[in-house]
Design a protein around this ligand. Structure first.
Ligand SMILES: O=C(CO)[C@@H](O)[C@H](O)CF
Length: 541
């Protein structure tokens, strides 16, 4: 009898990842499909299409479906025994939205196990290129939403965030205003169950496994500017401000640990999954990472991925005009605070290519060859419109705060990394977070494998940095949540579920004198940031 196991999925920006863990929480399988490399027919860059306006950013939804077909085939060819999977859950990049066309629910339910899923679903999406979190094209919808509900702070107080361009409500409002016929392709069938559904990437992915529309969970739903995070119900005023008939298209939100039902027969017939395999609600990648990193009160988690995100577990949040408060995915009585920095790994890769001949070893050598503090040189690196703060472009300043047009290559590399981490500390402290003597920084994501980068992180925060075994914390957290979903009805907390999991490992500690060195630099960085913030000249001038 094969030992039971649990799967965790992550439908992220650049790739689809999967992890399998056994009952002792040991990782027994990991795999991924990289969109650009493994699905070149979609011609994405970094998994996305950046449109000519430099603000609109989308991803082809069928690429995500085909990636699932591909990874399941890879698992099957490697001899993975699907019948041992007791439950699965997953994560998706936050804020992205998927628009199911009228009649899709039947096609999803009755997909033939003789065909890969992407062939059956190819006509199911009324929007073939889904808007995703990197999009910044909905500024007018954001202003309209804030106006409709009483202002930015009021919206933040209700939904956890002021209006953000990438947030799903504003994206839906844009589709409704620009393509009303696409939006209105819904008609209520006599049963009242709407034919059309708008999913998040997370609930879309859950739907693929469930064989019917999966609900949005409270935690990822907190990233839409539509959910009342205190009552955990849609805000009628927000829904109405975005598009008509939105509530029946979204369905009812559910607690993140909900067991949604058994896996669709498609997977039992095609891959040999047990018909008893349970699907636990999917959530956003960052909430799933919080679960995967087993965050505790007082820790700061930093996910160094396509976007860099900083998040922490918080009991009594105070939503503000910066950052986000989300329902906590592992404890629906508490919350998580999140700061997103859009210019993350793609920015680091671009500087690596320009200044280190595309080599991480050369990049790391440059960090080692330059002094902490970079002799007072500071940089702001935003190839795409940044979220935190709202700024774009590359801005370099020398020790006398004079703008300079370039740095030597190794100085550029250090200025990038120090700048990225100083921004994180400054904005975390603005959210009210205090770096205390017991503060632990838990790092995950691709760059968390690079100790030279982690050393800068530790020095800037003047705190020890820990890492977990795998950089795929969203996958791992999803596998943990699959177990949690099964035992939750017995009131077992996630902490109890994962107590066997390997503890985060100490990776680096701050260099002596780091606090004294970076305090004045952090002050300068905050002041210079005010100079680079995006102040569009009013078009009337
Ligand atoms: O927008 C973000 C969080 O608000 C990003 O971290 C996405 O979740 C990355 F997929």
């Amino acid at each position: 009898m094969a030992a039971p196991c649990y799967l965790g999925w992550d439908f992220s920006t650049q790739q689809l990842k999967v992890i399998a863990i056994d009952e002792q929480l040991r990782v027994i399988y990991e795999d991924n499909v990289h969109f650009d490399k493994d699905l070149p027919e979609f011609k994405t860059q970094g998994g996305v299409y950046i449109h000519s306006d430099r603000l609109t950013v989308t991803s082809p939804v069928l690429m995500w479906v085909k990636a699932l077909d591909m990874i399941l085939e890879k698992m099957r060819s490697s001899g993975f025994n699907f019948s041992q999977v007791k439950a699965l859950s997953g994560a998706g990049q936050q804020h992205g939205s998927v628009y199911w066309k009228k009649g899709s629910i039947q096609i999803l339910k009755n997909a033939s196990s003789e065909l890969p899923l992407h062939q059956s679903l190819k006509g199911c999406f009324s929007v073939s290129n889904s808007p995703i979190w990197m999009d910044s094209s909905t500024a007018s919808q954001c202003r309209a939403l804030e106006k409709a509900v009483g202002g930015a702070q009021q919206l933040a107080s209700v939904t956890g965030s002021r209006a953000y361009e990438r947030f799903t409500g504003n994206q839906i409002a844009k589709i409704y205003s620009q393509n009303p016929e696409v939006y209105k392709q819904t008609e209520l069938v006599p049963t009242g169950a709407p034919q059309k559904r708008i999913s998040l990437v997370s609930s879309f992915a859950a739907s693929l496994f469930l064989g019917t529309y999966a609900p949005i969970d409270y935690s990822d739903g907190s990233g839409m500017n539509l959910l009342q995070i205190w009552e955990k119900a849609w805000s009628k005023s927000c829904l109405d401000a975005c598009a008509p008939g939105l509530e029946e298209r979204l369905g009812c939100p559910v607690p993140s640990h909900s067991v949604l039902g058994p896996i669709s027969p498609y997977y039992s017939q095609r891959y040999g999954f047990s018909p008893d395999c349970k699907i636990v609600a999917f959530t956003g990648d960052n909430p799933a990472s919080l679960a995967g990193m087993r965050l505790q009160e007082g820790d700061i988690a930093i996910s160094l991925g396509t976007s860099d995100t900083l998040f922490l577990w918080i009991q009594e949040p105070t939503p503000a005009l910066e950052g986000h408060i989300l329902c906590n995915p592992v404890d629906s009585q508490t919350y998580m605070a999140l700061l997103c920095f859009k210019n993350g790994s793609l920015m680091r890769e671009r500087i690596r290519d320009d200044c280190a001949s595309g080599s991480w070893d050369e990049f790391s050598k440059a960090l080692s060859s330059t002094v902490a503090g970079n002799n007072g040189n500071l940089g702001f690196y935003f190839d795409v419109m940044e979220i935190t703060p709202e700024a774009v472009g590359i801005h370099r300043f020398n020790r006398d705060n004079e703008k300079v047009s370039n740095f030597p290559k190794e100085v550029e590399i250090r200025a990038l990394i120090e700048g990225q981490f100083m921004a994180k500390r400054i904005h975390a402290e603005k959210l009210g977070y205090k770096v205390l003597p017991r503060t632990r920084i838990l790092a995950t994501g691709g760059a968390s494998h690079n100790k030279k980068i982690l050393q800068v992180l530790s020095d800037v925060f003047s705190a020890p940095v820990f890492t977990i075994d795998t950089a795929n914390s969203a996958c791992l957290g999803s596998a943990y949540r699959a177990i949690h979903g099964l035992v939750d009805e017995r009131n077992v907390s996630l902490a109890d579920v994962v107590k066997l999991a390997p503890e985060p490992r100490l990776a680096v500690t701050p260099a002596p004198g780091a606090q004294e060195l970076y305090c004045p630099l952090l002050k300068r960085y905050a002041e210079l940031e005010q100079k680079v913030i995006y102040n569009p000249v009013p078009s009337c001038l």
